[in-house]
Design a protein around this ligand. Sequence first.
Ligand SMILES: CC(=O)N[C@H]1[C@@H](OP(=O)(O)OP(=O)(O)OC[C@H]2O[C@@H](n3ccc(=O)[nH]c3=O)[C@H](O)[C@@H]2O)O[C@H](CO)[C@H](O)[C@@H]1O
Ligand SMILES: [Mn+2]
Length: 347
Amino acid sequence: RTGEFSAVTQHLKCVCLGVILLIWEVYIADIYSFLFYFFKLQTAYNRKSHHQVSNVMHIRKHLTLTHAQKMLIRIDVASVTSWLAPIIWEGTFDPTLIDFIYKQQNLTIATTVFALGKYTLFLKEFLESAEQHYFVGFRVNYYLFTDLPEEVPEVKMGENHSLTVRKVPSMNRWQDISMGRMEILEKLIENELASEADYIFCLDVDTKFYSRWGVESLGRLVGVIHPWFFDAPRDQFTYERRPESQAYIPAGEGDYYFTGAAFGGSLEDVHHLTKTCREQMNIDIANSIEAIWHEESHLNKYFLYNKPSKLLSPEYLWRDINAGAAQIKVVRFSHVAKNNAEVRPNV
Ligand SMILES: CC(=O)N[C@H]1[C@@H](OP(=O)(O)OP(=O)(O)OC[C@H]2O[C@@H](n3ccc(=O)[nH]c3=O)[C@H](O)[C@@H]2O)O[C@H](CO)[C@H](O)[C@@H]1O
Ligand SMILES: [Mn+2]
């Protein structure tokens, strides 16, 4: 009985020590170092030693710097891939600093969005929320493709933001609308954007912005980790598994599962991406096969062999504003809840 008792005390001791260490780390260490430098500084002033004062100030400055750096580290998520591409999470970048750096480059970001059929009802919230959070202070040209231009709502554009509406033919299957985006994007980049933009993002319309999406997202080739699979093991990724499809990815391969609802990058890279996906989908059509998740499957195949240079965390496309996860400190952009049967032309 005594042995049992002392084992419990031992355990308790460890827990107490752990808690004390934690409190020390989080609260007291900083106060201690502040007092330490405060008194050192006072002594230096009392002695009227200018050299000593600046010496202490220098150490103090260094201390604050490492503290700031500490703030830019996330230990609960990976912030770099095995091919050294950054993964952007809240807390891994300084928005003020990164804005300042990109401001000097005078960039234009083309942004495409499709709203066919009943999906025009998502436009108002999409555009209004984008104007509050999406590349505020930078030049943005939206290219909106729709079969119903008369349904496009009036939304006041911010400074340096503009909206171009393009009419496209209606289609009977939502899958064809979704996949058809690749070819339209390919042609848009080819025929028009060369002298008009530096970067492009292609976004789903059944979405809404809730927080900053800014220049931290820019890169040569940018993929967004799918909000349902960021925490899932690779064998659960919903890649196309039939070898007959061009989107086929064998078991044991693949790095991340990316969403088809948001991707982007330089014009050259996104042109190559959209062209490749369009060609692969055409081969599938000729072979009478449709990839399980349509262009998203082809996008994942593309990213497997053409590694993105930057990854955006699911903060940049969350599943629904009401769904939570410990790693998600900020929801920047999110799918809105929708009733597929109500808005899609087919089921
Ligand atoms: C989170 C996620 O993984 N989303 C993917 C998933 O669906 P979603 O359920 O999000 O697909 P969706 O219905 O939003 O369709 C994709 C996009 O096509 C457009 N659209 C679609 C139907 C229509 O009648 N009118 C119209 O304009 C619209 O811009 C929409 O945002 O599967 C799709 C195709 O497999 C895409 O890969 C999406 O990126
Ligand atoms: Mn969608």
